[in-house]
Write a protein that binds this ligand. Sequence first.
Ligand code: NCD
Length: 420
Amino acid sequence: ARNCILSTLFHEPSTRTRLSFETAMLRLGGHVISSDNPGMTSAAKGETIADSVRVIENYADIIVIRHPSEGAARVAADYSEIPVINGGDGGHEHPTQTLCDLYTLKKEKKDLKGLHVVLVGDLKHGRTIHSLVYALARFGAYISTQAAKGLELPDHAKRRLREEFSAVPTKLNSADVVYIADSQGESSQNQINEMRGWDVNFSKEFKQKLNMNIDILYMTRLQKERLSVNADTKEYTTVVNQAFLKPDKYKNTTVLHPLPRNEELGYDMDNDPRGAYFRQAAYGVAVRMALITFLLELKAPHQTQQMAPNNSYRDYISPIGGIRCTNTRCITEERSEQRYLRPEFYYLDYHTISDTLRCIYCEHEVAPACYGYISNKKFFQNMSSFKQLTDNIIFFDSTESALKAGYTKSTSKNIKTKSF
Ligand code: NCD
């Protein structure tokens, strides 16, 4: 990458991600320009992400962005002419950490298929988890979730696991849920439909076997910076240390952690061969070298197998006055970005849930309360008569919002004919 420049644009603290990206670029013979203090950039003067990247693309060949708002990296990618890598966007995702995690799993355990990976801790706000779960499902691992109280996987992640990655949830014991993916998403639509029932009964023996066979414990810290001020954190998670790992079932367990650690991971694990988290951090350089190489097209990419998830959704851009994302951390709720960004959603019409909108930026889901027709500015008081999404449809979060947007109640009967 001798003549190439990587720009790191970090609006949140980082040690591993930024430094390993920069090391990766330097090891490839390239150069780095770095901005790790948003207070010292034009962001502090109200510059939008769209404007920042349209400037930086003239200075660099590739951008890594970390930002506190969920969906920020997607906005950057939408407006940039050069590749943009998501280095973590709020509590949403952290895809390059997942690449490091997958590489570590392969190095430590050879094959991802059939591995039993237990995810522990703050599964609600941990962005590394949100990227990792889909990858694990895609490669056919068994995923157990052992969330700290109140910090379970977000609903949209559970839904995506089930609907797009055919990962079926089942209870392991009273506290844990296991996701069992079918053979790498290859099943037919019929099979997927069958699997969409909530609790598929796997045999007791199978569950017992799974319970006794823990290949990976993936620890995460409590994401204090994303908790509401009055959140009760007393009951936070298991502490993994040598005493915890005494039982036989942990004999061959590899312990991973994206780091930084807090109390959840004991220092006595550092010299225990089962603790692989420093190796995991070290692999970050090689993995990110590979990613930069791939994105800068320095080498022809390997022939990759197409394993795209099942997610061909209709896009819905909410007109002014229409429904918005309700996640206060979403990039579409940032005042500066609202100057040019419209709330945009995937329209979900699943077997298990219908007429739901998933924000394309942060993935939080909202269910419209009612809808109207843009052409005649009439709205219907609820969704019961809703038939089909067309360009003429506007969704609202309440009848008050519809009235406020200048719509009047429709008196015509809209007979529902939609079938599932
Ligand atoms: C993680 C992050 O920033 O999300 N750290 C990392 O990039 N390795 C995990 C964390 O902060 O808990």
